[in-house]
Write a protein that binds this ligand. Structure first.
Ligand code: SAM
Length: 179
């Protein structure tokens, strides 16, 4: 069974720089949840944080899919070796709408997002510096809008291996268990 209707755009991995293990687990967890729910395949965390990886594994056990969180030590090497388009999300970049046609044609994307401050060389190492609007907001918002622009929203179908899925309802919470 497919994880979901195959997205028509590129496959997307995310590299999160400036994570602070033990200090901002909620923000990075939300980044991971948004990445997973909106169609990314993997989140690389620099520095690595097994606690976030475990949390997302527990989510995937219940809700399915093949998303994983992995540690990344040498993030510069990862960017240099990535065999696709490296897109750094920053408010200082070129506007997303102007670059969307190019991004849609890519086979693989690595979306790089920062924390409080990103190392200056990211701007040079990335193939594209892309602004999701020219105002400061957050890595979760920037990534979510990029994924939405490229893949749209996932439908209500059950993801591979899911123990349960939501049945959309006007009121209340309906969940169908896998048989
Ligand atoms: N001064 C930072 C900067 O260079 O964008 C803002 C830091 S912000 C708290 C953390 C991350 O959110 C940034 O590294 C960037 O990846 C993302 N972000 C914030 N605003 C954005 C925007 N307008 N467009 C794209 N990404 C954005």
């Amino acid at each position: 069974m497919p994880r979901r209707s195959p997205p028509s755009g590129p496959s997307i991995e995310v590299l999160r720089l400036g994570h602070r293990p033990g200090r901002d687990p909620r923000l990075t967890t939300h980044l991971a949840l948004a990445a997973r729910a909106l169609g990314a395949e993997r989140l690389w965390l620099h520095p690595p944080d097994p606690a976030i990886a475990d949390r997302l594994e527990a989510v995937a056990r219940r809700w399915g899919g093949r998303f994983s969180v992995e540690g990344c030590v040498d993030w510069r090497g990862m960017i240099r070796r990535f065999d696709g388009v490296v897109v750094h999300l920053t408010m200082y970049g070129r506007p997303l709408p102007a670059l969307l046609p190019k991004l849609r044609r890519a086979r693989r994307l690595l979306a790089v997002v920062g924390g409080a401050k990103v190392p200056a060389d990211v701007y040079r190492l990335a193939h594209l510096n892309v602004a999701v609007g020219p105002q400061p907001h957050s890595e979760v918002a920037g990534l979510a809008l990029l994924l939405y622009a490229l893949h749209g929203l996932p439908g209500p179908e059950r993801w591979a291996g899911a123990q349960q899925r939501i049945v959309p309802s006007a009121r209340g919470k309906r969940v169908r268990r896998a048989r």
